[in-house]
Design a protein around this ligand. Structure first.
Ligand code: SAM
Length: 288
């Protein structure tokens, strides 16, 4: 039960992260802001009313801001902020503006010269990453892929060479076809982690080779239900090779000099690795 006599908040737009399943995953500061704000702007007022009443906070100051009225609602909220009111903004679940409404509102509030305060907390992508066991230091958060397979494959093609863990959101009715496309474009040997229903009753975090994921999903239709974060390990770094300019210099020297001398000079001119240049020189000679 939250304190029913909240402190008055400074006028600002507070962008508040809310739970992604378990209603207890909310910070003390988020509760204070939700209790103390003059207005709580929510993507889905019914859903947010449920969260607020669960924590003993009055749900009377709720107004709706969703994808379809975000610009119009921004004007209304800016007027409230200019009148000195505090506004808490929440999306349906997790962090606003992460594959959710919020970015346009924040942009408009900043453009009006008003203050925006982040109140950090859960996000499905970060929760999934934290428990995925993919050790790469970098990740690329993509969010939702296109709905249609051709467009999805084209995006995946663009992402295929990045050596970063790829993080996607996917709907349950598309999870199997999405996994098929991931496997077709990225190859079967990368690791995939399917993080389903995080923080909820049927939370499942399954890791396997991409080529085995579709069979795993189809072996139990329960595994296709609920909400998913899909993580895929990044591309293996490619051997760099010598580079075009080093190749050119080596070829010129090899045309004029014995192999050892050519390699010696090429090392001095280019600074490339002696052994790599030597191996390449042998290959060039063999090709001649
Ligand atoms: N703003 C949210 C965040 O910070 O995570 C994301 C909102 S987006 C509209 C909803 C998508 O997030 C779902 O379709 C699913 O891919 C992912 N998601 C949200 N909650 C989840 C959960 N509990 N488990 C797994 N994925 C979840």
């Amino acid at each position: 039960m939250h304190n029913q006599h909240p402190q008055k908040l400074e006028a600002a737009l507070y962008v508040v992260a809310t739970p992604i399943g378990n209603l207890r995953d909310i910070t003390l500061r988020a509760l204070e802001v939700l209790a103390g704000a003059d207005v709580v702007a929510a993507e889905d007022t019914r859903n947010t009313a449920h969260l607020l009443t669960h924590h003993g906070i009055s749900a009377q100051r709720l107004i709706a801001v969703h994808q379809h009225n975000e610009r119009g609602a921004a004007d209304k909220l800016i007027a409230l902020l200019q009148a000195g009111q505090s506004v808490a903004f929440v999306s349906d679940a997790g962090t606003p503006a992460v594959s959710d409404p919020g970015a346009l509102l924040v942009q408009a509030v900043l453009a009006a010269g008003l203050r925006v305060v982040p109140i950090p907390g859960p996000s499905a992508a970060i929760a999934a990453l934290s428990a995925a066991g993919l050790a790469a230091p970098h990740f690329l958060f993509y969010g939702f892929l296109p709905n249609k397979s051709a467009a999805r494959r084209s995006v995946l093609q663009d992402l295929s060479s990045y050596p970063y863990t790829l993080v996607f959101y996917e709907a349950p009715h598309r999870i199997v076809e999405c996994v098929d496309d991931l496997c077709a474009v990225l190859g079967g040997t990368r690791r995939i982690v399917l993080a389903r229903e995080i923080t909820k009753l049927f939370e499942t975090i399954h890791s396997c080779a991409l080529q085995d994921a579709a069979v795993w999903l189809q072996s139990d239709s329960n595994q296709q239900r609920g909400e998913f974060v899909v993580l895929v390990s990044g591309a293996e770094p490619q051997a760099e090779g010598l580079g075009a300019e080093t190749e050119r210099i080596l070829a010129l020297l090899l045309a004029e000099l014995p192999l050892k001398q050519a390699v010696q000079l090429a090392v001095q001119i280019t600074g490339a690795n002696r052994n790599e240049l030597y191996q390449r020189a042998l290959a060039v000679k063999a090709e001649d």
